[in-house]
Write a protein that binds this ligand. Structure first.
Ligand code: BES
Ligand code: MN
Ligand code: ZN
Length: 499
């Protein structure tokens, strides 16, 4: 748990503000070097060092360009960082979030206790996005470090410089931003916990705690209930572990809701591959294989903060995929909640199985939109790399909305095709469906398999690159520690549906 920051708007200038690190955003100028007129007093206080440095570095304010200088006691701040923000019209929510996240991360890397952020003259700061960015950038997962390894201090204060008194909604915008940031960080915490700490039962307990804190609807099915309800595919996947599966359902149900959105997450708390066991090399990152479930639970904390007039459900299908005498086998044929039978071919293709039952359950809620998110295939990582997730949709209207939400969140995801040609690969001679295809098109065949369980629902499927990417560019949902990726996009979907 990273402590929330103390975030304040301050009427101050970069050369007078009391903060360890001052981060100043600069818009792109026609030619370099670009010392904006508003920064002349800062340059003067630093004896002209800033202008000289900008000249030397050919700083033009291009996006992602930055220069850092030590102030050596000339002004209250110890360090000044100028960050290029590119063109003014590109400086929307996502870019502001990135800017603040970078500032927080720079401050933390320099062991600072406080940071102050200054927007270019004439730019009205998006306070919610800035607060989101501060919280996201300040995230670290350090709870298991002891002694010398334990971080000595933490970033405590984040200031936003202003020239005049902030508007009436300022405090509320910052509070919402902080809660959204904390919600994404909750997803990251759950994802980063190792498999000996987070297993289906403890994951469900964590979700219950979130529900209680925010007065959300919460229902957890234990293994007996999972079996009683006929969730045979979750049974198949979870039976090889000494840790029983759990099925978690959270919901926010406001009066006069305009629409109903249901989010389903893959919650494999550890994926050994089962009897089709994975090679040793990268098995450890499979503690993150519940990132989809972590994301939908974190999402609910953000929803509780925003209180949209939209009904939102989060469903987490949790199991541990392990090999033992009771485990499911390649060649097995299992039923499903939906009724369809599945011929197993590889016990490492477990995610689509728990999701299939969860999607069939979710369908019964009659959502206007059904979304699932899963660290589903290595194939998607091969296709898109570790910094981009894939997404699929069976409906162009939903796809359009999702594209708009992605534009708003700034999260990097790429649409993939539901190629009908590949449907052949999941046909079975002995059951209704085959669990997986062969070598090629692995992300697509997994998506086609899931599609069999969504019925007529408008559906978005996210094949997430979470586990293999412990490092991601700042300003997305993530920084250190895998995932949290997709939460901001889902939240944007919900906010759009509430309009
Ligand atoms: N959780 C994995 C997918 C994965 C692997 C995500 C590495 C991120 C990094 C999933 O359960 C899996 O093992 N999928 C198999 C499916 C195959 C056996 C059909 C895969 O992608 O290799
Ligand atoms: Mn697997
Ligand atoms: Zn898996």
């Amino acid at each position: 748990m990273t402590m929330p920051l103390d975030i304040q708007v301050r009427i101050a200038t970069p050369h007078e503000i009391a903060a360890n690190v001052v981060v100043v955003g600069v818009l792109q100028a026609g030619k370099s070097p670009a010392l904006p007129p508003a920064l002349k007093p800062l340059d003067a206080a630093l004896g002209g060092a800033l202008a000289r440095l900008l000249e030397k570095e050919e700083f033009s304010g291009k996006r992602d360009q930055s220069v850092t200088l030590s102030t050596l006691g000339r002004i209250p701040a110890e360090k000044v960082v100028l960050v290029g923000l590119g063109e003014r019209r590109g400086l929307r929510g996502a870019a502001v979030r990135t800017f603040a996240a970078k500032a927080a991360r720079t401050a933390i890397d320099g062991k600072a206790k406080s940071v102050a952020l200054f927007f270019p003259a004439g730019v009205d700061p998006d306070l919610r996005a800035a607060a989101e960015g501060f919280e996201l950038g300040a995230y670290r997962f350090t709870k298991y470090l002891t002694g010398e390894r334990k971080p000595k201090g933490a970033l405590e204060t984040a200031l936003i410089g202003a020239t005049g008194k902030p508007g009436a909604g300022a405090r509320a915008a910052i509070t919402v931003g902080q809660k959204v940031g904390a919600a994404v960080n909750l997803s990251r915490d759950l994802s980063n916990e190792p498999g000996n700490v987070i297993y289906p039962e403890s994951f469900a307990a964590a979700a219950e705690k979130v529900a209680k804190e925010h007065s959300l609807f919460c229902q957890v099915f234990d293994f007996k209930e999972i079996r009683r309800r006929g969730m045979h595919l979750i049974d198949a996947v979870g039976r090889g572990s000494s840790r029983d599966p759990r099925f978690v359902h959270l919901a926010w149900k406001p009066k006069n809701a305009k629409r109903k959105l249901v989010f389903v997450g893959k919650g494999i708390t550890f994926d050994s591959g089962g009897l089709s066991i994975k090679p040793a090399a990268h098995m450890g990152i499979m503690k993150h294989d519940m990132s989809g479930a972590a994301n939908v639970v974190g999402l609910m904390a953000a929803v509780a903060a925003l209180k949209p007039r939209v009904e939102v459900h989060a469903i987490a299908a949790c199991a541990e995929n392990m090999p033992d005498g009771n485990a499911y086998r390649p060649g097995d044929i299992w039923g499903s909640l939906d009724g369809k039978t599945v011929e197993m071919v590889n016990t490492d293709a477990e995610g689509r199985l728990v999701l299939a039952d969860a999607l069939a359950y979710a369908r019964a809620l009659a959502p206007d939109l059904l979304v699932d998110v899963a660290t589903l295939t290595g194939a998607c990582l091969v296709a898109l790399g570790t910094t981009c997730s894939g997404w699929y949709s069976n409906d162009e209207g939903a796809a359009k909305e999702f594209t708009a939400a992605l534009d708003q969140s700034g999260e990097q995801m790429w649409r993939m095709p539901l190629l009908e040609d590949l449907r052949e690969m999941i046909k079975s001679d002995v059951a209704d469906l085959k669990q997986a295809g062969e070598m090629f098109g692995g992300s697509i065949t997994a998506a086609l398999f899931l599609r069999e369980f969504v019925g007529d629902c408008h559906w978005i499927h996210c094949d997430m690159a979470g586990p293999a990417s412990p490092e991601r560019p700042l300003g997305w949902a993530t920084t250190k520690g895998a995932t949290g990726h997709t939460v901001l996009t889902f939240l944007a979907m919900i906010e759009r549906a509430a309009r």
